[in-house]
Write a protein that binds this ligand. Structure first.
Ligand code: MN
Length: 292
């Protein structure tokens, strides 16, 4: 086994708003070399770093919009969001929960801060990720996985206090809570100061580390502060993350889907023709209906 080295440490870009409810730093696909092809199957990652939303009686969020050809995954760290989609999927997620929506052949959905949470407001922090689907599954039936924090398997680390939560894939032989179409590892490592976790993924898997809380050393040398993302090289397999204070890091590693990507807005397909078809189907109401 060879050491997987750090390719790049990306600082958070200037934030922008998605709707009025998500204040995000985009890490994938724009810039930093982390485009859709390089990062596949992780084709979009927006990170709402910790941000305080004031109390309101009108929940903030994103109105009805379509998706086709991939999955949208929301990992909640602070705050609560409510989701509805045209295939009947929906739910509320809060701290530590994950919602995994397979848009596949197409859904309309909307995402808002939970009404009750909005009334008090407070710290809000989430990751929104798009996971690509292979050609054979892009037009499959939409589905929805609600994954509650206490259903996520965890692996205790050597210090006895730190642990790794297995949202998807596997860690130390423990399988994750989510079903995935292609091999994807999605882990939250909650590390006490000086807590260490080592990871082992195939060299060609695309791998990133997002520091959600605290700061960490990667492979003992590279210091990574809060809200920064580390892109790991496609060489070597093994790397180590050590907390330099109490920390929480998200680790993503996935097998690249070796197929062409054609993307426009909320649609990610394999060809230009399929994008045109997606727009036509959307305009003809084939994504179902969902009230505002
Ligand atoms: Mn969406």
């Amino acid at each position: 086994m060879e050491t997987k080295i750090v390719e790049l440490i990306a600082s958070p870009r200037e934030p922008h708003f998605v709707g009025d409810g998500f204040r995000v730093h985009n890490f994938i696909p724009s810039g930093y070399r982390m485009d859709m092809r390089r990062m596949n199957p992780f084709i979009m990652l927006d990170y709402n770093s910790k941000f305080v939303f004031p109390a309101t009686n009108t929940p903030k969020g994103v109105g009805v919009h379509p998706h086709r050809g991939f999955e949208t995954v929301t990992i909640a760290y602070k705050g609560r969001v409510q989701h509805h989609d045209s295939s009947g999927g929906g739910g509320i997620i809060g701290e530590g929960d994950v919602q995994w929506m397979t848009a596949a052949s197409g859904v309309l959905h909307k995402e808002y801060h939970e009404r009750e949470w909005s009334k008090t407001g407070g710290e809000f922090q989430m990751v929104q990720l798009w996971v690509n689907l292979p050609k054979k599954d892009k037009m499959s039936t939409p589905k929805y996985q609600a994954i509650k924090y206490d259903e996520i398997p965890r692996v205790k680390l050597e210090d006895g206090e730190s642990h790794v939560e297995v949202i998807a894939g596997e860690y130390e032989g423990v399988k994750g809570a989510a079903f995935t179409f292609t091999p994807v590892h999605m882990l939250n490592a909650r590390l006490k100061n000086k807590g260490k976790a080592s990871f082992n993924f195939p060299a060609h898997y695309n791998t990133v580390i997002l520091v959600v809380e605290g700061s960490v050393f990667v492979n003992g040398t590279e210091v990574v502060p809060t809200d920064h993302m580390v892109l790991m090289a496609n060489e070597g397999e093994v790397f180590e993350v050590e907390a330099s204070e109490d920390s929480l890091v998200l680790i993503l590693s996935g097998e690249p889907i070796d197929e062409p990507i054609a993307s426009h807005g909320p649609f990610v397909m394999n060809t230009q023709e399929e994008l045109v078809e997606a727009f036509n189907d959307f305009n003809h109401g084939k994504f179902g209906t969902l009230a505002d």
